[in-house]
Design a protein around this ligand. Structure first.
Ligand code: HEM
Length: 136
């Protein structure tokens, strides 16, 4: 990621934070609609709590984008736990698409092509690290 892309992701995430609960609900709704294989994995999950965990994890990644090595072990451990939840490699693609769609909904006109490209780069980086740690 370029330094400009890191700034774009960090700035646009600040705009989503005030509506993070709605954004999380929108995200899971979209994910379950576009990839129904994901819904059964959350059958016994408190989705309000899960939304909070997801946003906290995204915030951690966003805040450390300039130095991804700092959170590499955290991302790798998280990915290994996800194998235990039954998550597949393909589902990382579904999550990425739902995340970008949610950002588009939440940011509106602020979701410029540059912002979209920056978030795509950030998610690709994270998903690459996680799927490599989980599935090789
Ligand atoms: C790529 C970025 C992702 C992030 C940042 C993320 C974040 C999190 C976090 C923070 C948790 C809480 C438990 C833990 O830390 O182990 C969690 C749990 C979970 N995630 Fe993810 N996740 C990601 C990808 C995925 C994908 C691709 C799926 C597939 C559908 C998924 C499904 C789940 C499930 C089923 C749980 C357990 C729910 C429960 O405890 O009942 N996650 N995720």
């Amino acid at each position: 990621m370029t330094p400009e892309q890191v700034t774009l992701v960090q700035q646009s995430f600040q705009l989503v934070l005030p509506i993070k609960d709605q954004a999380a609900a929108l995200f899971y709704g979209r994910l379950f609609e576009t990839d129904p294989t994901t819904q059964p994995l959350f059958a016994r999950t408190d989705m309000a709590a899960q939304g909070g965990k997801l946003m906290a994890a995204i915030a951690l990644v966003v805040n450390n984008l300039a130095n991804p090595a700092a959170i590499l072990p955290v991302a790798q451990d998280m990915a290994k736990r996800h194998v235990g939840y039954g998550v597949t490699r393909a589902q990382y693609g579904s999550v990425g698409a739902a995340l970008l769609w949610t950002l588009g909904q939440g940011l509106g006109a602020a979701f410029t092509p540059e912002v979209e490209a920056a978030w795509t780069a950030a998610y690709t980086l994270l998903a690459g690290v996680m799927t490599e740690a989980a599935y090789g």
